[in-house]
Design a protein around this ligand. Structure first.
Ligand SMILES: [Zn+2]
Length: 264
């Protein structure tokens, strides 16, 4: 069960115990590479106090719980390009770190026809604890890195790595790589052109989603700072094996380098 602590004469609900994994992990934070990779939906795990949100481990490991394969691809990209990577370890069903705080799906009660029992009647304290213990540390880490890079005038391209299910609500998706952007499409448009020379996959602009004002990571960190940015959505069935991931990483890294050489 979640426990409570007293702070400033208020009772604070705490969901993460000190023995549990930090919500945020990082790699290569001192790198001056122009790329900063982030992975909002990297993990499927749930803090023990939330008792799996009432779902089985099997359900949590489905696409509703996390972006299958996305972290593996992001780690390889960070490695091959020697670039920073920041990721969030807990399931997006605990709290969705790519949604603004007033988004109705911030703590989803249903996802692709699966009801999330542990999110049905979350108290205000419960919501606050998920924001304080998972959401804010993740976004705080991204903010700190981007602020530091800005203060030393390091050019930054924020690359957000996601993956999407090949079948959603019973409908098959043809798109294999979605290149998503919002109001600042400078880098995404150049990258889209670069994929033509580096990819045999079906690449589509703003499919199966687009970046809008209800998204958090790209607008809150990149657009607001004027940083170049792109959000990549890779179809999950194409990045299952290590060999598939390597193929994608090679194509993505080539397209990123090509686009960057044109725009920086
Ligand atoms: Zn995602």
């Amino acid at each position: 069960m979640a426990h409570q602590i007293f702070k400033a004469e208020r009772i604070i609900l705490v969901i993460l115990s000190s023995s549990e994994k930090s919500p945020v992990s990082t790699l290569r934070m001192d790198s001056d590479s122009p790329y900063v990779f982030v992975c909002d939906h990297a993990g499927w795990q749930v803090p023990a106090s939330l008792e799996g949100l009432g779902l089985t481990k099997r359900d949590l490991k489905r696409h509703i719980g996390w972006d299958i394969g996305a972290l593996a691809v992001a780690r390889k990209l960070s490695n091959i390009l020697s670039a920073p990577l920041i990721w969030q370890n807990y399931s997006r069903l605990v709290i969705d770190c790519n949604r603004v705080l007033d988004h109705p799906g911030l703590i989803a009660v249903e996802s692709d026809r699966t009801i999330i029992p542990g999110n049905m009647n979350v108290t205000k304290d419960g919501i606050r604890s998920r924001i304080r213990e998972v959401y804010q540390p993740y976004h705080g880490t991204i903010k700190k890195l981007l602020d530091a890079r800005k203060s030393r005038s390091t050019p930054t391209i924020l690359v957000s790595i996601h993956s999407f299910t090949p079948v959603f609500r019973g409908i098959k998706r043809a798109c294999e790589l979605g290149v998503l952007f919002g109001s600042d499409a400078r880098y995404a448009r150049t990258f889209l052109n670069s994929t033509k020379a580096n990819f045999d996959f079906l690449v589509m602009a703003n499919e199966p989603y687009r970046v809008d004002e209800k998204d958090c990571t790209i607008p809150m960190h990149a657009i607001i700072r004027g940083n170049l940015n792109v959000l990549l959505e890779i179809r999950q069935d194409l990045i299952v094996s290590g060999a598939q991931q390597e193929l994608w990483v090679s194509g993505l890294a080539g397209a990123l380098e090509d686009a960057t050489s044109q725009i920086l």
